[in-house]
Design a protein around this ligand. Structure first.
Ligand SMILES: [Zn+2]
Length: 287
């Protein structure tokens, strides 16, 4: 059975870009008679808050996006991530790193060769090069070639300050929730090579990946919480917002009746869903 997930990080409210991903993920899952799961990626407790998590869930509900399984919170799953990390350490797929963020901005990390031992504190990093491939097949975009990127050379799994990194948690959760396909934004395209390397290291079959276009502003910058993208307010105008998202995803909206409830619009839209209509590039969206 197809199982997809929408996994927002509650470092802010739901904005248009994340809503595109949520609805793209929902339509893809429902068009294949699959499940749609919501997971809250709140592992970085310094940046995330439970108020934001609740606001995201409420926004999703206002547009009739409900998780088919109980919502999982990463902040409750430290023991699980530690088990996966212990496995990778035991296999010698990790190294200790003593670099600070400021140092990493100035130079590459030299620590893999230093073989640092002792108590640390250390960042625990993944020897991604052992497993990294050059290409993968994206379900929307076709063959993707790996771009050289410093991010792929220094993959932290657990930070010095004891916070598990996104890259580890996302793979562990996708494995444990039996996700068959990951639908998310273009911005994570190159990081997919790290995630695929982790699947190999964990000796687990990877899901399929499908990367959706990003909503960008007139300056070509992605809407994100970091640049304080406006929250989408979904109380009175949710049908209108839904229409804008469906247009952004290049779906045919002529057959849809936007005076109906979001639930019935979404049902019809998933019956009509055409993956091959979706653009292969980011698109300017003004709101
Ligand atoms: Zn280092």
């Amino acid at each position: 059975m197809y199982i997809g997930r929408f996994a927002p990080s509650p470092s802010g409210h739901l904005h248009f870009g994340s809503l595109v991903t949520a609805i793209g993920c929902y339509l893809r899952a429902k068009s294949l008679n699959g499940k749609f799961i919501v997971r809250i990626e709140d592992i970085d407790t310094q940046r995330c808050s439970s108020d934001n998590a609740q606001s995201i869930i409420t926004s999703l509900q206002n547009i009739s996006l409900y998780s088919d399984e109980p919502i999982v919170y990463q902040s409750h799953r430290h023991k699980i991530y530690q088990k996966f990390l212990d496995y990778l350490i035991a296999k010698d797929y990790t190294y200790n790193c003593q670099c600070t963020r400021a140092q990493l901005k100035q130079r590459p990390c030299p620590c893999e060769h230093l073989q640092l031992q002792g108590n640390g504190p250390y960042n625990i990093c993944f020897k991604a090069n052992l497993f990294m491939s050059d290409y993968f097949e994206d379900k929307l975009l076709g063959t993707i070639k790996r771009q050289n990127d410093a991010q792929l050379q220094h993959v932290v799994l657990k930070r010095k300050d004891n916070i598990f990194a996104y890259n580890l948690c996302v793979v562990c959760d996708d494995i444990l929730q039996n996700i068959t396909e990951v639908v998310r934004g273009f911005d994570l395209l190159n990081m997919t090579f790290v995630h695929l390397a982790l699947y190999k290291a964990l000796n687990h079959q990877a899901p399929d990946f499908l990367h959706l276009p990003l909503a960008i502003n007139e300056q070509g910058v992605k809407y994100s919480k970091q640049n304080h993208a406006k929250a989408v307010i979904l109380e009175k105008n949710s049908q209108q917002v839904l229409k804008e998202v469906l247009c952004f995803l290049d779906q045919n909206i002529l057959d849809l009746d936007f005076s109906q409830s979001c639930d019935s619009i979404l049902k019809q839209a998933s019956l009509n869903f055409k993956l091959d209509k979706i653009a292969h590039h980011s698109k300017v969206f003004i709101y």
